[in-house]
Ligand binder design. Structure first.
Ligand SMILES: CC(C)(COP(=O)(O)OP(=O)(O)OC[C@H]1O[C@@H](n2cnc3c(N)ncnc32)[C@H](O)[C@@H]1OP(=O)(O)O)[C@@H](O)C(=O)NCCC(=O)NCCS
Length: 131
């Protein structure tokens, strides 16, 4: 059985979940304060596997960005990502946050488009890595 908790992932959970989907894993010491500063977070817990998914919302109340939406591979494709994203979006709407967005590349944009997000044609630009 999967239970959803409204809390930030621990640093250990955060690193484990990121590693499970092949994402860069930051230094543990740099994560604790940012995780605590999330506007809102949810984690999904499964009895045999522990934490299997997370989604965070970061921002300041005027803007909210969905961040770190991760479902570990064995639990993908069962609607869990959709449930967690809907939960953070619902929270943001109840706070009256008007601008709720996500930066999604082409491999995952469809996931959000099947939910409540629309493509507004904007491009996500990231500061160049130093040479
Ligand atoms: C993206 C992710 C969170 C989706 O979670 P999930 O639990 O597998 O997704 P769901 O089962 O809730 O899928 C909901 C719908 O989106 C679709 N979907 C899910 N991932 C998709 C993808 N990468 N591309 C296109 N469609 C996708 C599903 O087929 C499903 O469609 P349906 O409405 O027709 O049934 C998960 O695959 C993941 O952790 N991926 C790696 C990390 C990542 O890229 N995160 C997103 C960062 S922006």
């Amino acid at each position: 059985m999967i239970t959803i908790f409204e809390r930030a992932p621990t640093v250990e959970e955060y690193l484990l979940l990121r590693r499970s989907v092949g994402w860069r894993v930051p230094e543990a010491g740099t994560c604790e304060a940012p995780l605590a500063r999330s506007l809102f977070s949810v984690v999904a817990h499964e009895a045999d596997n522990g934490v299997v998914a997370m989604v965070r919302l970061v921002g300041d109340g005027l803007y909210a960005l969905v961040a770190d939406a991760v479902v570990i591979p064995d639990f993908q494709g069962r609607g869990l990502g959709r449930r967690l994203v809907a939960r953070v979006v619902d929270w943001a709407e109840r706070q009256g946050i008007q601008h709720i967005a996500v930066a999604a590349d082409n491999t995952v944009a469809e996931f959000y488009l099947r939910g409540a997000f629309e493509d507004c044609g904007t491009r996500y630009l990231r500061l160049r890595a130093p040479k």
